[in-house]
Design a protein around this ligand. Structure first.
Ligand SMILES: O=C(O)CCC(=O)C(=O)O
Ligand SMILES: [Fe+2]
Length: 380
């Protein structure tokens, strides 16, 4: 008798699990809209990975971090070489900097944040139209980090928008809110332009400008800047709803970004933390600025001189948080390798080459350990 009863219980439990799993697949916002008051076990991290466990506490800095500030307007003026030195130092020591006086009108950034908020406030059925498991889809609404693989989910929903070729992808972007496409296209083109200017400065700071020896490389140095014009751009709108038990979970687990540079626009709510000197440090939001970080491709390209640093997002019980990350790199099909001029006897080649496809394959093939992708590219 007993086995039959047990069997029934197991069956009921399995059904419950499936129902719950289906709920989780709909995202955190949906969960919150249904009035949860505790964090479901699906989101509870093992103790050592929690943001505020006793053990983790030793690894969290007490004070917030003021990132190095790069003044974009000053970069265009007579002090360029001084600013380039600060830029190099920020990329070497922090892997992050705060870009101020960037020239993008505040209406453009505030419209982007505003329309993003309104997108996540749409009824679930409207948002769900854009759910897709295809990593190459021009638009992808989803939750967690990799919702088909994550054992523990993170407290985040997202909208990913591929940005090129714009004429092909735009018709796939959400048609609601009605002003989303207009605001997001303007924002994408402004950030792309800013990225091109910043990447030019980055190349210069690595000593790669104005070189005339072009004969040995498949992409010459002037050519790289051009390659970036046709390069990849992916916008990720992140939504972190208020969390009833924020110490048990994370908005985003520790990871590094795959591209050359990421430009992050955040609202006034703090949450981003970066690894610095062995501790997690909160980045203080600064109005009218971008947080810019070095991605894996730039660390590889610079042969390890510039650092693609781990970062994560913590959540809070009071406020919803929105961020828009714009990830830029070479065209998706391009191979990225340490630039030959940055390799010599004193600084031998440290990384294998990589491309976007191998990154996608890596994160699709295992439970995401994106923080480790760069490790797989290191030569020992
Ligand atoms: O929300 C943030 O501040 C950071 C987002 C991020 O790291 C990402 O989208 O890769
Ligand atoms: Fe990131």
């Amino acid at each position: 008798m007993a086995p039959a009863i047990l069997g029934m219980k197991a069956e009921t439990k399995r059904k419950d699990d499936t129902q719950l799993e289906n709920q989780y697949q709909k995202g955190v916002k949906h969960l919150c809209e249904n009035g949860i008051t505790k964090v479901p076990s699906k989101y509870i991290l093992p103790l050592p990975e929690r943001p505020h466990s006793n053990k983790a506490e030793q690894n969290v800095a007490k004070a917030n971090l003021k990132l190095p500030i790069i003044d974009f307007a000053e970069l265009q003026g007579p002090n360029r070489s001084k600013v380039l030195e600060s830029l190099a130092n920020a990329c070497e020591v922090y892997g992050f900097f705060q870009l101020v006086n960037h020239g993008i009108p505040s209406e453009v950034t505030s419209s982007m944040i505003d329309v993003s908020k309104r997108f996540f406030e749409l009824p679930f059925e409207e948002r769900a139209k854009y759910m897709s498991a295809d990593m190459n889809s021009p638009v992808r609404y989803g939750t967690s980090f990799n919702q088909t693989k994550d054992g523990v989910f993170c407290w985040r929903d997202f909208l990913k928008l591929m940005c090129q070729p714009m004429s092909d992808v735009l018709p796939h972007w959400p048609s609601s809110p009605v002003d989303l496409r207009k605001s997001a296209v303007t924002y994408a083109s402004e950030t792309k332009f800013l990225f091109l200017m910043v990447v030019e400065a980055i190349l210069e700071s690595l000593g790669l400008k104005g070189t005339t020896n072009k004969k040995t490389e498949d992409i010459d140095e002037d050519g790289i800047a051009k390659e970036f014009q046709n390069g990849s751009q992916l916008m990720i709108v992140n939504c972190y709803p208020p969390c009833p038990e924020p110490d048990l979970t994370l908005g985003m687990p520790p990871h590094s970004d795959y591209g050359f540079l990421t430009l992050v626009l955040q609202d006034e709510v703090e949450g981003l933390q970066i690894q610095h000197e062995g501790k997690w440090v909160t980045v203080e939001p600064t109005p009218n600025s971008f947080v810019v970080n070095v991605g894996d491709h730039l660390e590889i390209f610079s042969n390890g001189r510039y650092k693609s640093v781990l970062h994560r997002v913590v959540v809070n019980s009071m406020k919803s948080r929105i961020s828009v990350a714009s990830l830029h790199s070479l065209p998706f099909q391009c191979v990225v390798r340490p630039w030959p001029k940055l390799i010599d006897e004193a600084n031998p080649r440290r990384y294998k080459e990589t491309d976007f496809a191998s990154f996608i394959e890596y994160i699709s093939s295992c439970e995401p350990k994106r923080k480790n992708f760069l490790e797989t590219r290191k030569l020992t």
